[in-house]
Design a protein around this ligand. Structure first.
Ligand SMILES: [Zn+2]
Length: 285
């Protein structure tokens, strides 16, 4: 077996050697039509790759992270176009079931440089789930996101922001930190552009993490005005992974610091009451 492998390799090397001189010969035959630059002529600029924008340094500038749960939502494409136009990055906590039904949106999120987090597969309350169910929900979502986008999510946001020791145990197994929020938009409750705009600006603070939903139409339609105002107030809108302290997070550690202990935050998230999802993330398809 070994010797036959060597033969194949030797064969392909020989082919390479044979083709190389041919390529060199044809290159030499090209007419040298380009005149040599004279001393007075400006040197042509060196061809460079597309300039890569410098990453935002949130230790030096004022940053804020907008996060969108339960997606990819049906308006995600419109939201992505707005974010792109405003040079803003976001974090999407995706549900595996919608990654499966809207793979193109998930792909686009990754392609455009946004962060992807794991928000379970079917959105159960982890505090009412067994450790096996939590593991299954998270792993299934890891797998479908990887399959669709080529990347694994790197953070967990448990549905409704509810977590317990079992959630932390599975997060430790998966070596993933847990990301909650420290400012809400109550977009799912008000479904009103002005109310969403006012609530986000009321809760906006440096290095804040804001909870929103890309299945709420008004969240998406108010976004251009909201991004313009945040910029006016000096904010750089970044993905969660750009915020100070993120890279030092350990598995199962909760970010932002103190969010797990803040009981007021639960009011920012839908309660699980079916009325909260009257216009559900799955509406439309
Ligand atoms: Zn959710």
């Amino acid at each position: 077996m070994k010797s036959s492998t060597r033969i194949v390799l030797a064969g392909s090397c020989a082919l390479g050697l044979l083709s190389a001189p041919t390529a060199a010969w044809s290159a030499e035959q090209k007419p040298t039509a380009t005149p040599k630059p004279t001393a007075t002529a400006k040197p042509a600029p060196k061809p460079t790759a597309k300039p890569v924008p410098k990453p935002v340094d949130c230790t030096k500038v004022k940053c804020i992270a907008l996060t969108f749960d339960d997606g990819p939502g049906k308006y995600a494409d419109k939201l992505l176009a707005t974010l792109k136009k405003h040079n803003a990055k976001a974090t999407f906590f995706l549900e595996g079931q919608y990654v499966k039904s809207r793979p193109a949106f998930a792909k686009l999120m990754v392609a455009e440089g946004h962060d992807i987090g794991n928000h379970s597969y079917t959105h159960p309350k982890f505090t009412e789930s067994s450790v096996e169910q939590i593991r299954e929900e998270l792993k299934k979502t890891q797998d479908v996101v990887k399959k669709v986008t080529g990347r694994y999510p790197t953070t967990i946001r448990p549905p409704y922001g509810l977590l317990d020791d079992d959630t932390k145990a599975v997060a430790t197994e998966l070596k993933m930190p847990i990301v909650l929020w420290n400012g809400g938009s109550r977009d799912w409750a008000t479904k009103n552009e002005k109310a969403i705009y006012d609530e986000v600006l009321k809760n906006a603070k440096r290095d804040g993490v804001i909870l929103m939903h890309d299945w709420v139409a008004q969240t998406v339609t108010v976004m251009p005005r909201l991004l313009a105002e945040l910029k006016k107030q000096g904010y750089h809108v970044v993905a969660v992974s750009s915020l100070p302290g993120f890279t030092a997070l350990k598995p199962a550690e909760v970010f932002p610091a103190g969010a797990a202990e803040d009981k007021d935050l639960s009011a920012d998230s839908p309660t699980g009451d079916p009325d909260d999802f009257a216009e559900s993330p799955a509406d439309g398809n």
